[in-house]
Design a protein around this ligand. Structure first.
Ligand code: HEC
Ligand code: HEC
Length: 507
């Protein structure tokens, strides 16, 4: 149940919605909403978005409020807050240690991550003095020269170009492997602290997480928990416990605070984060993603069911015991049957049908999954006949519903770009050598098989936060589709590539 204040706000929303609908009787509500949406974003909550997003039949009983729309290259994303308006006194927004707040790297208008475009603006506006530009993990190396404007620009080049933060992790004691060679363009990394350049994961849509952080390092094991991988003693602490610990770690690490957060502050941050839902709500071509039966947008997302093991690909659904259903995304089913529209709306109808086709491809396009660490080796199947949803199995959120970090090859030496370090790891017993730009999960477990494994993140609000993958190697969603096409020899046609990208942009 939401707090009373939220209920009041929600009544106000319903009232506002009613007024808007009534006042536009006889006119075209759709045109009116679209005009309001495409006008300059206001800092105030945007009643137009609420109206469109909160029709009487959907999320109006959820409570909460929709915040202003944030523009991106393919349209607009909106954040829905189940707690009502954003409380800027929440410790999420409080500066710690080096002056950073959580918001330094988790910004609402970037889908609660950060984007190179806005980072470059921040850099210019503050002459590189915004607290995000801190040597500890904002720079390519903590020892970088920042004595002149040019030097500064070079020192923060990965942050400015790809929105990457340096995560420093060492080889754990007792690991099965050792670091035998380091090729670090920035001259810092060592076995004690490898430099791993990673995208900030969004601090929104967290209710869907089974796994915290790219390498699952904040998903702690807890033998007393009942949250376990089916049929194993592999059990995990509840999400709120993991997130509380994560917030404390972020303050001590990124914000270089000597004292961490109080328990109250941790709780306040977790409550705040867990109340946020972000999704694209307006697409430049398909327009409102909530019209004609479309189920896009964050208010609907806030009502989406999720629990640990929902629709699990291996064991079936943990609660209903139904087998895995590859039909994971069901937002735009209604748009499959949109007829050729009247001439005036043909472009919109065409764009909606493309999104619906993209969704169908996501659910059904056959992919021969080969060479994926965490699937083919663990299950001992050389070819796993799957789809995108084999790995992105959580309904309408698209992450993995249990912790299952996978190596899909993104940090392989063959995909290394010159701006990335390359590490050669040697297995202590077999002598085998792997070269990688980021050992991923293996730096937590010390296990050879975990090299290059990362979690599949929540796939909502994607358009707001390019570039993609842990290392920011895909600059747009077309590049994501191309990666999969090459990696798994899928053979997408030009139309399929465009449809799938259009769908991903509408999430
Ligand atoms: C300097 C930038 C920076 C700051 C400041 C920062 N974060 Fe992050 N955040 C990141 C990066 C980078 C990751 C991903 C790191 C990884 O997985 O290795 C991340 C991951 C997360 C995640 C994990 C989400 C997921 O899907 O697993 C949460 C939650 C989060 N941050 C919350 C916070 C909170 C709360 C604060 C403030 C206390 C904070 N962050 C401060 C950069 C930052
Ligand atoms: C074999 C498992 C697997 C399959 C199949 C798969 N994915 Fe992924 N996906 C992942 C993993 C793991 C990641 C995170 C990888 C990383 O960044 O290291 C990911 C990341 C992504 C991302 C980037 C998210 C972000 O926040 O950066 C998108 C988008 C995506 N996948 C879409 C797709 C689409 C579309 C398909 C089908 C064409 C697909 N995936 C098939 C496992 C898979």
């Amino acid at each position: 149940m939401w707090p009373r204040k939220t209920r009041l706000i929600s009544s106000a929303i319903v009232y506002l919605a009613a007024v808007l609908v009534l006042s536009s009787c006889g006119g075209d509500t759709r045109d009116r909403t679209d005009r309001l949406l495409s006008s300059k974003d206001s800092v105030q909550p945007d009643p137009a978005v609420r109206t469109a997003e909160q029709p009487a039949d959907s999320a109006s009983d959820t409570g909460g409020t929709l915040l202003q729309a944030d523009g991106n290259d393919s349209g607009k994303a909106v954040t829905f807050s189940a707690m009502g308006a954003i409380d800027k006194t929440n410790p999420f927004f409080k500066p710690f240690g080096n002056g950073r707040t959580c918001e330094s790297c988790h910004q609402q208008n970037d889908g609660w991550s950060i984007t190179p475009r806005h980072l470059r603006e921040r850099f210019v506006q503050t002459a590189g003095n915004d607290p995000i530009f801190a040597l500890v993990d904002g720079a390519n190396s903590p020892l970088a020269d920042v004595s002149t404007a040019d030097a500064k620009q070079a020192a923060y080049s990965l942050l400015l170009a790809k929105g990457l933060i340096r995560v420093g992790l060492g080889i754990p004691d007792g690991a099965e492997f050792e670091l035998i060679r380091t090729d670090d363009p920035y001259g810092f990394a060592s076995a004690k602290e490898l430099s791993l350049y990673r995208r900030p994961l969004p601090s929104t849509n967290l209710r869907f997480l089974s796994t915290v952080m790219w390498d699952a390092r904040e998903t702690s094991s807890d033998p007393n928990s009942i949250i376990c991988i089916v049929g194993t003693a592999n059990c995990f602490a509840p999400l709120n416990v993991n997130l509380a610990r994560q917030s404390d770690g972020a303050v001590r690490g990124h914000a270089e605070a000597v004292l961490g957060l109080t328990e109250d502050e941790q709780q306040a941050i977790v409550t705040f984060e867990m109340s946020l839902f972000t999704a694209q709500v307006y697409d430049n071509a398909a327009q409102m993603l909530t019209y004609e039966g479309g189920r896009g947008g964050p208010a609907r997302l806030a009502t989406q069911d999720f629990y640990f093991g929902i629709n699990d690909v291996l064991a079936g659904d943990y609660r209903t015991h139904q087998p895995f259903d590859p039909n994971v995304m069901t937002l735009y089913q209604a748009w499959r049957d949109i007829p050729e529209a009247p001439k005036s709306a043909t472009g919109v109808a065409r764009a909606r049908r493309a999104i619906a086709r993209g969704e169908l491809l996501f659910n059904t396009k056959p992919i021969d999954i080969v060479g994926v660490g965490g699937i083919n080796d663990d299950l001992k199947v050389p070819v796993f006949k799957g789809t995108c949803t084999t790995c992105h199995d959580a309904p309408n959120s698209g992450n993995h519903s249990t912790p299952m970090p996978l190596n899909i090859g993104l940090s392989d030496a063959s995909r290394r770009t010159p701006d990335m370090p390359l590490y050669a790891l040697k297995h202590k017993f077999t002598g085998e050598v792997i070269e990688t730009t980021d050992p991923g999960r293996a730096l937590l477990t010390g296990l050879w098989k975990d090299v290059g494994r990362f979690k599949g993140p929540v796939l909502r609000g994607l358009a707001a936060r390019p570039p993609y993958f842990h290392n920011g190697s895909a600059q747009d969603l077309e590049a994501v589709v191309d990666f999969y096409d090459t990696r798994f020899n899928i053979g997408f046609t030009e139309e399929e590539r465009a449809d799938l990208a259009a769908f991903l942009k509408a999430l």
